[in-house]
Write a protein that binds this ligand. Structure first.
Ligand code: NDP
Ligand code: HSE
Length: 437
């Protein structure tokens, strides 16, 4: 039990990398203000790292390589986890929460994989679990979803929630930079995950999508429920094609509420690259910035925008949570945890409806267009526009569909691949932000 008279709250910091270093800097540089805002001093009592014996610009006496021992130590009130990964972070946090220590974490991978276990441990220990930094860096989005919009009914969230991939796609679009060159820059700037595969293959965005969908739809959504495609297949030609259509390519996370045929409701959650009209509010989100576009019945459309990655922006969100859990601790209170009471069905990707941009390498001869159009028609996929680029052996046919299900589109692509006149299905990309579903 915290002593109500205690005027110091002792913080265990797990991790002192890109984000952890900035957490230390903010706690130290804003010490007086934080004390005034919390009503007690926030004192860093220990810092866990993986590799000892390195100068990290912090008091060496605070450093330890025993993260678990630090997290459960009797004198610790609050734990900040900025390490990442599932294990051993999960075990440290479960034990800390069960021991009554409130936790602030930026670990979206863990929260999306097994947030339920952490919530149960928090309930068992009467502790808080806050994780604003886990989604969209500095942007306050989780608190608005779980507090400000709690009286509303959210219907859809469309977000750019991965800074690294947005940096890469924006560079490819604006400067014609190559994929690898832009990824190296994003890594150098501290945006990428320890293993950037998590960024470029969409795992990081999928984890954030699961967290957003869980809060928005009061339903337990895990990373495994999210349809995920990364940006490694996006080519300079796709970016140029998008440009020709007045679009840009973005890695989007889309979480939607649907009404089913039986009148019940379901949710779909997906992450994939998509062409987006340049007039869409998300199209102008460049560099490593993130934005989350929320649609709700009463509030209408809301857009949250800001720095989605990097040490200082992420530390800002961590500090906001730290102040909140510290205040709760002093008040002897605990935030009401989110309830997955709605328990909506998760729709499979096959049922998702959107538009598609399909680029085909075809023989340039009479009747090609008719054969291609017939393949779409057989699956009931309606074509909105079609154009031919090049001639002879270089002919490319580009079709954009009206809204269709993913299943119908997949069957169409399969059929196109079988047509002798189609030499290659060059690319298939979804088109978002246009006609209604
Ligand atoms: P870094 O890789 O820069 O830092 C990770 C830190 O954790 C390092 O200090 C590392 O120690 C320490 N660590 C790793 N394994 C252990 C272990 N077994 N025991 C003790 N310490 C360990 O990561 P970031 O700071 O970039 O990210 C941290 C978390 O924040 C991740 O969950 C990430 O997804 C999340 N996040 C990151 C953002 C960003 O922009 N970077 C934005 C939003 C969230 P050592 O220094 O010795 O290697
Ligand atoms: N690697 C992540 C990104 C960090 O690029 O968005 C922020 O969560």
């Amino acid at each position: 039990m915290t002593d109500p008279e205690k005027k110091t709250l002792r913080v265990a910091l797990l991790g002192c990398g890109t984000v952890g270093r900035e957490v230390v800097r903010l706690i130290e540089s804003q010490s007086d203000d934080l004390t005034a805002r919390v009503g007690a001093e926030l004192q860093i009592a220990g810092i866990a790292v993986r590799r000892g014996g390195r100068d990290r610009g912090v008091d060496p006496a605070l450093l330890t390589t025993d993260a678990h021992g630090l997290a459960v130590r009797d004198d610790i009130d609050l734990v900040v986890e900025v390490v990442g990964g599932i294990e051993p972070a999960r075990s440290w946090l479960v034990d800390a929460l069960k021991a009554g220590k409130s936790v602030v974490s930026a670990n979206k991978a863990l929260l999306a994989e097994d947030g339920a276990t952490l919530q149960e441990a928090a309930a068992a220990g009467g502790a808080d679990l806050y994780y604003e930094a886990a989604v969209a860096g500095a942007i306050p989005i989780l608190r608005p979803l779980r507090e400000s919009l709690h009286g509303d009914r959210i219907t859809r969230i469309t977000g750019i929630v991965n800074g690294t991939t947005n940096y890469i796609l924006s560079s490819m679009d604006s400067t014609g930079a190559g994929f690898n060159e832009a990824l190296d820059e994003a890594t150098e700037l501290g945006y990428a995950e320890a293993d950037p595969t998590a960024d470029v293959e969409g795992f990081d965005a999928a984890a954030k999508a699961a967290i957003l969908a869980s809060l928005a739809f009061h339903t337990r959504v895990t990373a495994a429920d999210v349809h995920r495609e990364g940006i490694t297949e996006v080519t300079a030609a796709d970016v140029a094609s998008a440009r020709a259509m007045g679009c840009t390519v973005k890695l989007l996370c889309i979480a939607e509420r649907h009404t089913d045929a039986d009148g019940g409701e379901s949710v779909s959650v997906r992450v994939h690259p998509a062409m987006l009209p340049r007039t869409h509010p998300l199209a102008s989100v460049g560099d490593a910035f993130n934005a989350v576009f929320v649609e709700a019945d009463a509030a209408g459309q809301l857009m949250f925008y800001g720095r989605g990655a990097g040490g200082a922006p992420t530390a800002s969100a961590v500090l906001g949570d730290l102040v909140a859990v510290a205040r709760n601790r002093l008040a002897g209170a605990r935030a009401t945890p989110e309830s997955p009471y709605a328990d909506l069905r998760i729709r499979p990707m096959a049922e998702a409806r959107t538009r598609y941009h399909i680029s085909l390498d075809v023989s340039d001869k009479a009747g090609v267009l008719a054969e291609v159009a017939a393949a779409f028609a057989r699956q009931d996929v309606s074509i909105s526009t079609v154009r031919q680029e090049g001639r002879g052996d270089d002919a490319t046919l580009v079709a954009v569909t009206h809204t269709a299900t993913d299943a119908a589109l997949a069957a169409t692509v399969e059929a196109l691949r079988e047509l002798p006149i189609v030499r290659n299905v060059v690319s298939v990309m979804r088109v978002e932000g246009g006609e209604s579903k």
